[in-house]
Write a protein that binds this ligand. Structure first.
Ligand SMILES: NC(=O)c1ccc[n+]([C@@H]2O[C@H](COP(=O)([O-])OP(=O)(O)OC[C@H]3O[C@@H](n4cnc5c(N)ncnc54)[C@H](OP(=O)(O)O)[C@@H]3O)[C@@H](O)[C@H]2O)c1
Length: 306
């Protein structure tokens, strides 16, 4: 079988960065897309396949002849559990079903999320956890399977963390009022490197958490201090009490349902961002693949790689 890779989510923040690195490493890639691709800078090594995670023939074509499948497509916003299950669980199931029809067994990497640690926290967390369970079930025991659970990922092209950094540059930070909470972060380049390591490794089965290796993670005050030191400005912290955040989240969800936009700030998201300890243990992945994160927040902000 060829060394070809199948990639979903290639048009998103993480997937686009992955695709660029695969092309740089001259790895022939089949990538799923829901939008017309003009392709210029990535042409040649990328074979775009039009379709979504509900399009069975597109998924069948996507995995044809591939040695590895990286499943990165997913939704991070939604207004109901069904919104998340439809893509994160059903989409994963559709992809796995097409792989199972093939005579060969490609290795499979699911880009899950650290949120899957606590499926009860949010619809998103539940959908990611159920996708993991499905992948690791007996039905798919014939596939070499790996799950990555990255924490919050940031870097060029990211839309979710960018507003936070941008607000800090303008002198303020809005954060939940939770005492001593420990946040973890991961730079996109480190996640991409972890995926490239997985691609060339032989035995990698299991669930792996990934963060930037900062011992005990970051407190909000650490993030503020890093911003102040780097940008030489004063950053005012506005700490919002949890009940007020929950009220905003309920109102936002209501508006999202009325005006039909996918909500990011939901009661479930508040459960996630007010959790006290999101620090990861990278040791299992380091032992397995020799991967180590190289970029912490200080490096990233100093190198303007945010
Ligand atoms: N960003 C983070 O901090 C973070 C942290 C942990 C885990 N993750 C996981 O990493 C994955 C990628 O996240 P991201 O930040 O790159 O998100 P993103 O920028 O929103 O990209 C999502 C990707 O999934 C595709 N997609 C969504 N629904 C689809 C469907 N029904 N069929 C086919 N493709 C679909 C999108 O296609 P379009 O471009 O057409 O919309 C896009 O390519 C997700 O599974 C997410 O849960 C992200």
């Amino acid at each position: 079988m060829s060394k070809q890779v199948a990639l979903t989510g290639a048009t998103g923040f993480i997937g686009r960065n992955l695709l660029t690195s695969l092309v740089k490493s001259r790895v022939p890639t089949r990538a799923l897309t829901r939008r017309q691709q003009t392709g210029s800078e990535l042409s040649g090594l990328v074979h775009w396949i039009n379709g979504d995670l509900n399009n069975h023939s597109a998924l069948n074509e996507l995995v044809e002849g591939c040695a590895s499948v990286i499943h990165c497509a997913g939704v991070v916003r939604g207004n109901s559990l069904e919104d998340f299950l439809e893509v994160n669980l059903k989409g994963t199931e559709n992809l796995l079903n097409e792989i199972c029809k093939k005579a060969y067994k490609p290795k499979f990497l699911l880009i899950s999320s650290l949120a899957a640690r606590y499926p009860d926290y949010s619809w998103y967390a539940q959908s990611k956890s159920l996708a993991e369970t499905l992948l690791l079930s007996e039905k798919h025991s014939g596939l070499p399977r790996t799950v990555y659970r990255p924490t919050a990922v940031y870097g060029p092209g990211d839309k979710e963390m960018r507003p936070l950094f941008s607000a800090m540059r303008h002198g303020f930070l809005l954060a939940p009022k939770v005492a001593d909470s420990r946040i973890s972060l991961l730079h996109i380049d480190d996640l991409v490197n972890a995926v490239l390591k997985w691609l060339t490794a032989k035995n990698t089965g299991g669930i792996f958490e990934l963060d930037d290796g900062t011992e005990d993670g970051y407190q909000w005050k650490d993030i503020v201090a890093i911003g102040q030191d780097t940008w030489n400005n004063s950053i005012k912290q506005v700490r919002v009490p949890i009940p007020l955040l929950n009220t905003f989240a309920h109102i936002n969800l209501l508006l999202a349902r009325i005006f039909r936009y996918p909500a990011m700030l939901t009661p479930g998201k508040i459960n996630e961002i007010t959790h006290k300890d999101w620090v990861c243990d990278n040791a299992p992945l380091t032992t397995c693949l020799g991967w180590e994160p190289k970029i912490n927040l200080i490096d990233a902000i100093n190198g303007a790689s945010i």
